[in-house]
Design a protein around this ligand. Structure first.
Ligand code: C2E
Ligand code: CA
Ligand code: CA
Length: 281
């Protein structure tokens, strides 16, 4: 407060504003970091679901779970506001498992009520490479809920395979052996070598939104086609994310692609709404 008063009357104002903002930001960060574990316990970290569609049949072929942090007034914090902070301090591990458990819980319910099972993907941070029990934890939780691993997709960002990828590769190999599917997320943003596609133990490549944001030149079209051919040659499935327009759907289907996810179909929605719309129909 003292700094601010002082600043108002002289040239130090810009500095003072910065220091005020900085202090506020620091406080917000500390508050988020300090309250995440109670938020998990109180059920404030919720799994929202975004459906994945076949552009051929326009049917739901899967879903991705995305975390949201419910505020006391019912509004939500988005991942951008807390995931990077929690990655810095390592608490992301607990959020990822919290979302994973919510997903397993609903999938067990679908199974019990004889509903059609669709695969659901869950995001896992690269921070998990620091925990040797990662694979065991996943397997134990899956067994606890009696869900078949073939319905579970583990999403790992492309960049997690770039620096010191051996550990991540090992984990993914082990999970695949157990029947889980592995998705490489944000493909095309990490500037990794295309050769990596042949090496990584991955089933599905999620092509980042930036690829199709401005596809509308001949070069870009050919590029998207070539990348697709390459991924198919490496025997991996493809899904496009961030599809927002019918024009994009038209373009992608003309190129022969089938699966997509994006606002044109649906935004991520609360679990209950997802079940009403796509499972209990
Ligand atoms: P992501 O895994 O790449 O997820 C896709 C993001 O794009 C989501 O943002 C989704 O809401 C948004 N999106 C989907 N379709 C469209 C579209 O058509 N247009 C646009 N503009 N955006 C679209 P969200 O939910 O804010 O999540 C942001 C990122 O936070 C995720 O990116 C993921 O990296 C991370 N994240 C979210 N939940 C978790 C989690 O439980 N664990 C971890 N480790 N990371 C998470
Ligand atoms: Ca993802
Ligand atoms: Ca992505």
């Amino acid at each position: 407060m003292h700094v601010w008063k002082h600043a108002k009357k002289d040239k130090y104002k810009p500095y003072a504003i910065y220091s005020d903002d900085f202090a506020n930001e620091r406080q917000t960060r500390l508050k988020i970091i300090g309250s995440v574990h109670s938020a998990i316990e109180n059920g404030e970290i919720e799994a929202f679901m975004q459906p994945k569609f076949s552009m051929k049949t326009m049917e739901v072929v899967g879903a991705e779970a995305l975390s949201r942090w419910r505020n006391p007034d019912g509004s939500y914090k988005f991942p951008g506001q807390f995931i990077p902070l929690l990655e810095d301090v390592g608490y992301i591990i607990d959020v990822d498992f919290c979302i994973f458990e919510q997903v397993l819980c609903v999938m067990a319910k679908w199974k019990e009520s004889g509903k059609k099972m669709i695969p659901v993907s869950v995001n896992f941070s690269r921070q998990h490479i620091n925990h040797d029990d990662f694979v065991t934890r996943i397997k134990k939780l899956t067994a606890k809920y009696g869900v078949e691993p073939k319905y579970i997709e583990i999403e790992i960002t492309e960049s997690a395979f770039m620096k010191k990828p051996e550990k991540m590769m090992k984990f993914m190999r082990e999970l695949r052996e157990e029947g889980y599917k592995i998705d490489i997320d944000d493909f095309g943003t990490g500037y990794s070598s295309l050769n990596m596609l042949l090496d990584v133990p991955v089933d599905i490549v999620k092509i980042d939104k930036s690829f199709i944001d401005d596809y509308d030149t001949q070069t870009k079209r050919e590029y998207i086609n070539q990348i697709g051919n390459l991924i198919h040659t490496a025997r991996k499935d493809i899904i496009f994310e961030g599809v927002e327009t019918y024009d994009q759907i038209k373009f992608l289907t003309e190129c022969g692609y089938e699966n997509a996810q994006g606002y044109v179909f649906s935004k991520p929605i609360p679990m209950k709404e997802f079940e009403e719309k796509y499972i209990y129909i």
